[in-house]
Design a protein around this ligand. Structure first.
Ligand SMILES: Cc1cc2nc3c(=O)[nH]c(=O)nc-3n(C[C@H](O)[C@H](O)[C@H](O)COP(=O)(O)O)c2cc1C
Length: 208
């Protein structure tokens, strides 16, 4: 299936049929998200995978409650770093040096540029917003990967982030939930959206 066919095929699935996404497909989707680009390559977020049905029951309660959360098989939580510390930038630079077999001091300019960019966001809220932008690129990449794997997915902002953080104990891990995505398979009989035409602005309006 071409990428455009896959993107036509996918839709934000409202009802899922309980079928489990196989591990190898889940791994492709997670790896695609991990390979997403981010500003400076810092990736100031993590992805938390929730498969446990009892935990997803609790999460559904703080998410509208939307049925896909328990009708799907996996929930991906894109969670930004709660704070971006100088030490995390140093760790990242050390990782780059290690992976590319470079002397650390050859990356001094890179490290300073990252720290300078972060200081442009003077409040924790502004830094969280910046990190969230990066997390959404990973979300988009995961959505495309799911479509090409013929796995249904629902991106979701319809949840209470603070309550979700509490359910998953994210604060202890230095994380904050930003956006979530359910993976599973569409329930064609019960999902009224399954047969509806995809609606987007026409090219003439969209491309300027
Ligand atoms: C960031 C984001 C948040 C969304 N939140 C929800 C949500 O909470 N629940 C839901 O059913 N759909 C949600 N959607 C799905 C959109 O409504 C859907 O993508 C849009 O209407 C376009 O339709 P399509 O994806 O089916 O082509 C969200 C989509 C995005 C990108």
């Amino acid at each position: 299936m071409s990428i455009l066919d896959a993107l036509q095929w996918r839709y934000a699935t409202k009802r899922m049929n309980g079928q489990t996404v196989p591990q190898e497909k889940l791994d492709v989707i997670l790896e695609a998200a991990r390979l997403a680009p981010s500003s400076f390559g810092l990736q100031p977020y993590s992805v938390v995978v929730v498969a446990d049905p009892a935990l997803r029951e609790r999460i559904r309660e703080v998410a509208a409650p939307q049925p896909q959360i328990t009708e799907g098989s996996h929930l991906l939580v894109f969670a930004t770093w709660n704070e971006i510390h100088a030490g995390q930038v140093d760790d990242f630079i050390a990782h780059v040096a290690d992976q590319r077999e470079l002397p650390m001091d050859s990356l001094d300019g890179y490290r300073d540029a990252i720290k300078a960019a972060i200081s442009q966001h003077p409040t924790q809220e502004a830094r969280l917003q910046w990190a969230a932008k990066q997390a959404y690129i990973a979300l988009g990449t995961a959505l495309v990967a799911a479509a090409t794997e013929q796995v249904d997915a629902t991106p979701m902002e319809g949840f209470d982030p603070q309550a979700l953080d509490e359910v998953l104990g994210l604060e202890r891990k230095g994380l904050r939930s930003t956006v979530i995505m359910v993976l599973g398979y569409r329930d064609i009989e019960n999902d009224r959206m399954a047969s509806l035409k995809k609606v987007r602005w026409p090219r003439e309006t969209y491309l300027r």
